[in-house]
Design a protein around this ligand. Structure first.
Ligand SMILES: Nc1ncnc2c1ncn2[C@@H]1O[C@H](COP(=O)(O)OP(=O)(O)OP(=O)(O)O)[C@@H](O)[C@H]1O
Length: 260
């Protein structure tokens, strides 16, 4: 048996076309546990489309998305039967949306929001669910005494932290984040970034994060992928890409941030 640890996620030649417009073109990368891949690029470069294909929300027109999971055979996400894909994804994948409200049930208490994914995965014992929910509230720096409160009584930053708790409570293999700090005040963003860095380390998460913000990309990502017009034009360790960008578009992106 080989000792080489397989990547959690392997993407090969992923292509998505809308009305002859190439949203994603021949995208390939791998992602291991404990690794954060940042995806940056201008508006319309294909970042969200890529994330949707990875999340099982939209089928690519070509290419493969291969998942290597403990306790099961390697599988190609889009070659699974639809029912199997829908059963598997909630057990292995979490999506953190830019708008926390897209990832929360607003009519359900904070504790209920955290317990729900566990219940979907078969957990039923009320006492255990409640204590896990309170543990996770602590984990994301929300007072566990707020367990019965509704999300709309929380601040924007707290709602985002609650969404993260709901996403991570099932210990997903893969976490997809779409602008997780977007729309928050700078000080709230900084606190959230610290929290995300801690959780990535603590749970050895494999994360793909889409962001417009190169500061967020630098703080969270080990590697960066720069997209333009549906293609990956540059990829490498985050520090290298940001300190020594090789493509003119990446140079422009980096210099425009430095000028701000
Ligand atoms: N459902 C759709 N139908 C038709 N075209 C689409 C659809 N979704 C995306 N596109 C097109 O695909 C291209 C990539 O869009 P995408 O949303 O992936 O870009 P993005 O990099 O995420 O942009 P932003 O940063 O503004 O969110 C764009 O040209 C967009 O118009």
């Amino acid at each position: 048996m080989s000792d080489v640890v397989k990547p959690v996620l392997q993407v090969n030649g992923l292509t998505k076309v809308f009305d002859r417009r190439l949203a994603c073109q021949d995208i390939s990368f791998t992602l291991h546990r404990g690794e954060v891949l940042g995806i940056v690029g201008e508006s319309g470069s294909g970042k969200s489309t890529l994330l949707k294909c990875l999340a099982g929300l939209m089928p690519p027109d070509a290419g493969n998305i291969t998942l290597s999971l403990p306790d099961r055979e390697e599988c190609d996400l889009w070659r699974l039967e639809e029912a199997e894909r829908e059963r598997l994804l909630p057990t292995i994948l979490a999506i953190i949306h830019q708008n926390a409200r897209d990832g929360l049930r607003l009519d359900v208490s904070a504790g209920g929001n955290i317990s729900e994914p566990l219940m979907t995965n078969g957990h039923r014992h009320y006492g255990t669910l409640r204590s896990v929910a309170m543990e996770w509230l602590k984990n994301v720096e929300i007072d566990p005494a707020r367990v019965d409160d509704l999300p709309q009584t929380f601040s924007g930053g707290m709602q985002q932290r609650l969404q993260i708790a709901r996403g991570l409570v099932t210990h997903p293999q893969l976490v997809l984040m779409d602008e997780p700090t977007g729309g928050l005040d700078v000080s709230v963003q900084a606190k959230l970034l610290d929290l995300l860095r801690r959780l990535v380390r603590e749970f050895n998460l494999a994360v793909v994060i889409v962001t417009h913000d190169l500061g967020v990309a630098r703080l969270l990502s080990d590697r960066l992928m720069v997209m333009q017009s549906g293609r990956v034009i540059e990829t490498g360790l985050s520090d290298r890409v940001l300190e020594d960008p090789r493509q003119p578009y990446t140079q422009l992106l980096v210099s425009s941030v430095l000028q701000v």
